[in-house]
Write a protein that binds this ligand. Structure first.
Ligand code: GLP
Length: 263
């Protein structure tokens, strides 16, 4: 696990985007990117969008897979993840909407939503780089505490903490859906690279738990300790409960030239 501690949110976005772009350029035009909703990756998307606009990164042939979707929200509801991903990712990064996939959260097709999504990821050749945020309770995607560490895409019930955190996007907490469809932790682990971004003191507990705590379904993001290429990019407030922060900085200050990222 690579831990990068940046000064502020802006620097997190710059580093996260540089890492994703490095992988995307190495893979080539048909790169498959896993994308997340939430406020955490927005600065990463903004930096990627700047690269697309100045011509240093071309994602017009890329494929994208979102992590999750609420159950029962129409896809044109502004807070559906279909709409959110379209607004914050597809339009910003110049992706082809036909190649941007979001799990099907419609009630009618719920039973098969997971296996259909897994099949689509497989058909695309798997995810090359997965961008992740993290919930304050340690969830990734919508894999709430006690999610199976080898889970695949399926319906889940949102934790009360998650519904409360996400109520800011709705008129009232009662409007936040109870269920979701999310990629599983096993699905996320299958991505070839993972780049998790987190900012702010409200994420410090979750970051300390997933980076330095035991691998445990009580903090689902801790499953990334099992991933060969996971990069955790955090700002100082989100890093404040890490006990080995000085070591992570020392590691990065002393990287050999060939491992350094040009940010
Ligand atoms: C939602 C999403 C997650 C995201 C989390 C954190 O629950 N399903 O993918 O990581 O929110 O959101 P934020 O980045 O806004 O704190």
């Amino acid at each position: 696990m690579e831990v990068i501690i940046c000064q502020d949110e802006e620097a997190v976005g710059a580093y996260g985007a540089a890492k994703v772009a490095q992988i995307a350029r190495a893979v080539g035009p048909s790169v498959v990117i896993g994308v997340a909703t939430g406020s955490s990756p927005l600065s990463t998307y903004a930096n990627l969008a700047a690269m697309v606009h100045d011509g240093t990164l071309d994602l017009s042939d890329a494929t994208a897979f979102a992590l999750d979707e609420y159950v029962g929200l129409p896809i044109d509801h502004p807070q559906s993840y279909h709409a959110t991903i379209h607004r914050t990712v597809t339009e910003q990064l110049g992706l082809d909407p036909a190649r941007v996939h979001v799990p099907d959260g419609s009630l009618e097709n719920l039973q098969t939503a997971g296996e259909r999504y897994e099949a689509a990821i497989k058909a695309a050749g798997g995810v090359d780089v997965q961008i992740l945020g993290i919930g304050a309770n340690g969830h990734v995607g919508f894999n709430e505490p006690t999610s199976s560490l080898s889970s695949r895409t399926r319906m889940k019930t949102l934790a009360p903490r998650t519904r409360a955190d996400n109520a800011r996007y709705f008129d009232s907490i009662d409007d936040v859906p109870i269920h979701c469809v999310t990629q599983g932790l096993g699905t996320i682990l299958d991505a070839r690279h993972v780049v998790l971004v987190a900012t702010g003191a409200q994420k410090a507990n979750a970051i300390a738990a997933i980076v330095e705590g035991p691998v445990s379904s009580m903090f689902p993001g801790s499953v990334l300790q099992l991933h060969q290429y996971a990069t955790i990019v955090v700002d100082e407030p989100a890093a404040e409960l890490l006990t080995m922060g000085a070591y992570y900085k020392h590691v990065n200050d002393n990287l050999p030239a060939w491992q350094r990222l040009d940010v």
